[in-house]
Design a protein around this ligand. Structure first.
Ligand code: FMN
Length: 173
């Protein structure tokens, strides 16, 4: 049973990368997988900014509280919520949906990366206005996650989890 979920349980955050590149064909498949995630009304209110330029990656790393490993990955994808794409249909609620659309895509990305034996980590700690400036993001777009992707140069074990029974409530809270 459990082995059917191998991809999910095999995924771990990778923060050390080799110098080996990730080719565009692989990256495009990873992005296709990301956009295969569900989205409210199938509006896909998410955008991906792909960064390969070394200087720009360094600036992103600095904007992410100096998490410099970001600049060591050959490619960095910044996943953004695109508010108007969802809000034009869903109004205020579309704000939340756009954020959910974007973050569902992030998890799909991480699983696709794992399937290719590559490594990545979801980076959420960053100065949003700095990241927006570095990437020239329009004001209606919110950067939700910085995802450095590369070939792993570390093999961390799985981080422990709470027993799911502790987090699960049946019928009511
Ligand atoms: C919303 C969010 C923000 C995160 N931000 C960071 C971050 O800024 N830097 C980092 O190294 N890891 C970050 N992580 C990764 C977590 O530290 C990691 O997923 C967690 O420790 C569990 O480890 P695992 O991914 O190996 O299972 C973030 C994860 C999430 C979901």
């Amino acid at each position: 049973m459990r082995e059917k979920l191998d991809l999910i349980f095999r995924r771990v955050s990778i923060r050390k990368f080799t110098n080996e590149d990730v080719d565009d064909e692989t990256l495009n498949l990873i992005l296709e997988a990301a956009n295969a995630a569900p989205s409210a009304g199938n509006l896909q209110a998410r955008d991906f900014v792909v960064v390969r330029d070394k200087e720009r990656k360094i600036r992103l790393a600095k904007a992410a509280l100096k998490q410099m490993f970001i600049a060591e990955a050959p490619v960095v994808v910044v996943v953004c919520a695109n508010y108007p794409r969802s809000m034009r249909v869903y109004g205020e609620r579309g704000k939340l949906y756009a954020e959910q659309d974007a973050t569902a895509a992030v998890e799909n990305m991480l699983l696709a990366v794992t399937a290719f034996e590559l490594g990545a980590v979801w980076v959420g700690a960053f100065d949003e206005s700095e990241v927006s400036e570095i990437l020239n993001l329009p004001e209606f777009v919110r950067p939700m996650a910085i995802v450095p992707v590369g070939h792993p140069a570390e093999k961390p074990g799985r981080r422990s989890r709470y027993p799911v029974s502790m987090l699960t409530h049946y019928e009511t809270w």
